[in-house]
Design a protein around this ligand. Structure first.
Ligand code: PMV
Length: 350
């Protein structure tokens, strides 16, 4: 692999000089139309389009520093050296950046992640969005946001959406795998100015999940007789939720998000053997959300690869929804998130 040689003659024609170090911040996102299932595992190409809201809480901050003298990459996660699968995923991702940049130096990655890791709160989304943003800058790439979203996708599918703030749509991509690779990126989707959404996050269990989303998706695709029906209905959900976002109709947005999530979990429950992320505490929170609706408050739930529940409601109702949900989760934590910003560089320099 070519190494970068400083030159006093002509500047390099395409690649700007590597800065050597960069720090980026990114936030998690919660899908309202879910990504569940890959058509290509290597390229991380999803079977369906998905749509999410980026949160204004739980940032991940990542610094990538090139270490030309080192024989391997080092990764520090919340002050501790990463090992095993976590280290391998970051190193594989850095290899991808190095190939794109035509460079060979190893790097030190230092990540501070404020998301409860592995709890179905998409810590991989903010993690790989921050790593893609900082890594690309440190290695001297200058990607536009679409290229950055495609890059982040390779680390974790949902990370493609955390490149953008607010609501983001991740296109599955079409055609051959090579064509779909080019067409599979996220982009911002418009919403009415008066929408004022909030997600109330009920953490019923902050522990790591028993089955990774990667393994669970594969099993669902391979064995669930319900998968194709959900994938087909998800396309309709996407069209309808975009219209509801534009119209500022948060109740309809919530109804569509809730049915899409329950449908995704139904595909998993029908897998062989079943993948069941929802716990008794999850169902208790779902009952509470139903009661809020009966009391006239627009509140709708969505769940990911874990037992935690995210409740979509108007920002003005968020405290009341949080109080109701807090009663149901007991000792578990409840957080209120408004829409947050896309991934961005904090510093880049030598
Ligand atoms: O990006 P991954 O591999 O962590 O998958 C995320 C899948 C869900 O969170 C369940 C749904 C989604 O669209 O974020």
């Amino acid at each position: 692999m070519a190494t970068h040689q400083p030159t006093t003659t002509m500047p390099a024609p395409q690649a700007p000089p590597a800065t050597g170090a960069a720090t980026a911040v990114a936030h998690p996102n919660i899908a309202l139309i879910k990504y569940w299932g890959k058509r290509d595992e290597e390229l991380v190409l999803p079977r369906t389009d998905s749509l999410s809201m980026t949160l204004g809480i739980f940032p991940t901050t990542t610094t990538v520093t090139l270490t030309p003298a080192a024989g391997h990459d080092t990764v520090t996660l919340n002050g501790h050296p990463a090992q095993g699968e976590a280290l391998r995923r970051v190193t594989t991702f850095l290899d991808l950046i190095r190939r794109q940049a035509g460079r060979g130096e190893h790097a030190a990655v230092d990540t501070v992640n404020t998301v409860p890791t592995g709890a179905g709160l998409a810590s991989s989304a903010s993690g790989f969005a921050a790593l893609a943003t900082a890594g690309a800058a440190a290695y001297g790439l200058d990607p536009d946001q679409r290229a950055l979203s495609r890059l982040a996708r390779r680390g974790s599918g949902s990370a493609s959406r955390s490149i953008f703030g607010g609501f983001a749509l991740w296109h599955a991509g079409t055609g051959t795998p090579a064509q779909a690779d080019l067409g599979s990126y996220a982009e911002p989707v418009p919403a009415a100015a008066g929408l004022e959404p909030a997600l109330v996050i009920a953490v019923v269990n902050a522990g790591a999940k028993a089955v990774s989303s990667r393994a669970a998706m594969r099993r669902t695709l391979d064995t669930s007789p319900l998968y194709e029906a959900w994938a087909a209905s998800s396309a309709g959900d996407l069209t309808q939720i975009r219209a509801a976002l534009l119209a500022g109709d948060l109740k309809t947005v919530g109804e569509i998000a809730e049915r899409n999530a329950l449908g995704m979990h139904a595909t998993m429950l029908a897998a062989r053997p079943a993948v069941r992320y929802l716990s008794p505490a999850t169902v208790t929170v779902l009952d509470r959300v139903l009661r809020l609706r009966q009391d006239g408050i627009s509140a709708h739930a969505t769940m990911d690869a874990g037992p935690n529940v995210k409740v979509l409601c108007h920002a003005a109702d968020a405290e009341q929804v949080a109080d109701a949900v807090r009663e149901a989760v007991g000792p578990g934590a409840v957080h209120i998130a408004r829409p947050g910003p896309g991934a961005h560089l904090l510093t880049a320099g030598t």
